[in-house]
Design a binder for this molecule. Structure first.
Ligand SMILES: NC(=O)c1ccc[n+]([C@@H]2O[C@H](COP(=O)([O-])OP(=O)(O)OC[C@H]3O[C@@H](n4cnc5c(N)ncnc54)[C@H](O)[C@@H]3O)[C@@H](O)[C@H]2O)c1
Ligand SMILES: [Zn+2]
Length: 344
């Protein structure tokens, strides 16, 4: 699937003006923060957007829920949205995940365009076709593959993003470098992850890496699994903290996930211990040290790993790097080794 990804703001204006004109009705979905920081700017700069209904949901992961999905369907019905309607998802990964899900299922699917406003969404969530919501503390338990008509990436939005969120998205950029491009890794090692303007320069390179991989394997049957590096354990850690009502950012969980999955690769003698340490040092420049989990917590995290779709027939499959820029997929890992890395 080749998604139209646009970076120039003039082009973004042009596309939005044309798309609004060619749909029966357009709706903007945003959260309380993106309404203030991003939608307002879009309305000021793109006149055709001014007449459009704005649907705002509360900011945060808790909004990726069935309850909010129901409210959004009702809102669309209430506003007489028909099958030729268009949804503009203006926000971070929460908005593109739930907005894509709602658009793809409302009246069997209406068009949607993602206008990502966080690093996480600009380099990752808004552009891979994965949409969905959480259920019973399980991340992305319900969802589908469905592609936006376009992804409009304006890095100027990153200027109002809190540092925590900049770091979160930056972890995915490090992941892109680690699985695909050693030179990119070198370049990123000089980037200050607290500085939106530093990060903005590299958003396009991450877009390219993610696009190349998802174009080759849209439904995650082969190479797309590389993008799961750091995520099998990362998602489990993220779900664990979400269940405790102490949510951490997705990027933080992925950062820790990459560290722990590298330890698996070291155990399997796929990755050298010194390279694993180099990567760990870089990641821990951004995030706090890994917490040590007690026995009970380790068990809970392990349960989340078991729930993960990547584990078939009791065998664990991980995407593991062996060099910077070189990622293996479908590496079989024993339960013993998987448990061991969580217990340190
Ligand atoms: N579908 C995918 O392929 C994919 C990939 C990665 C992550 N995700 C999902 O994305 C979600 C995380 O995305 P996220 O990190 O963007 O979180 P998010 O959407 O919750 O945004 C983070 C915070 O930043 C605020 N915000 C957004 N843009 C802003 C701006 N420009 N200025 C100021 N504040 C702004 C939001 O209101 C929110 O409070 C998770 O649910 C994760 O599962 C999905
Ligand atoms: Zn991710």
């Amino acid at each position: 699937m080749n998604v139209n990804t646009i970076h120039s703001f003039d082009e973004i204006k042009k596309i939005l003006t044309e798309e609004v004109g060619s749909h029966s009705a357009t709706f903007i979905l945003c959260d309380s923060n993106t309404n203030e920081h991003c939608v307002r700017f879009l309305l000021e700069t793109i006149p055709v957007l001014n007449e459009i209904p704005i649907i705002e949901i509360p900011a945060g992961e808790e909004s990726k829920s069935l309850e909010i999905v129901g409210q959004l369907y009702e809102e669309l019905l209430h506003n007489n949205a028909d099958r030729q309607s268009l949804l503009l998802n203006v926000g971070g990964g929460v908005i593109s995940d739930i907005g894509g899900f709602v658009a793809s299922t409302y009246k069997r699917g209406i068009d949607f365009i993602n206008i990502p406003t966080t690093v996480m969404a600009q380099v990752d969530a808004a552009m891979g076709g994965k949409c969905g919501i959480d259920l019973m503390d399980v991340k992305n338990a319900v969802g589908l593959f469905s592609w936006p008509k376009s992804v409009l990436v304006f890095t100027g939005f990153l200027n109002t993003l809190p540092e925590k969120e900049l770091k979160s998205g930056f972890a995915e950029m490090l992941k892109h470098a680690l699985i695909a491009d050693a030179e990119y890794w070198e370049a990123l090692s000089h980037v200050d992850s607290n500085e939106a303007s530093h990060i903005a320069v590299f958003v396009k390179r991450s877009n390219e890496i993610k696009s190349e991989i998802t174009r080759e394997d849209p439904n995650e049957r082969s190479v797309r699994k590389k993008l799961n590096y750091g995520h099998t354990i990362g998602h489990a850690i993220e779900s664990f903290f979400l269940a405790k009502s102490e949510p951490i950012t997705h990027g933080n969980a992925v950062g820790w996930g990459m560290i722990l999955e590298n330890r698996i690769a070291v155990q399997l003698e796929i990755l050298s211990a010194s390279l694993a340490q180099t990567i760990e040092d870089r990641v821990l420049n951004i995030f706090s040290p890994l917490p040590s989990f007690n026995k009970d917590e380790q068990e809970q995290i392990f349960e989340f790993i078991l729930n993960d779709k990547k584990n078939k027939n009791g065998v664990f499959h991980f995407s593991l790097i062996r060099e910077i820029g070189d990622c293996l997929i479908q590496v079989e890992v024993s339960e013993e080794i998987a448990r061991k890395v969580i217990s340190v």
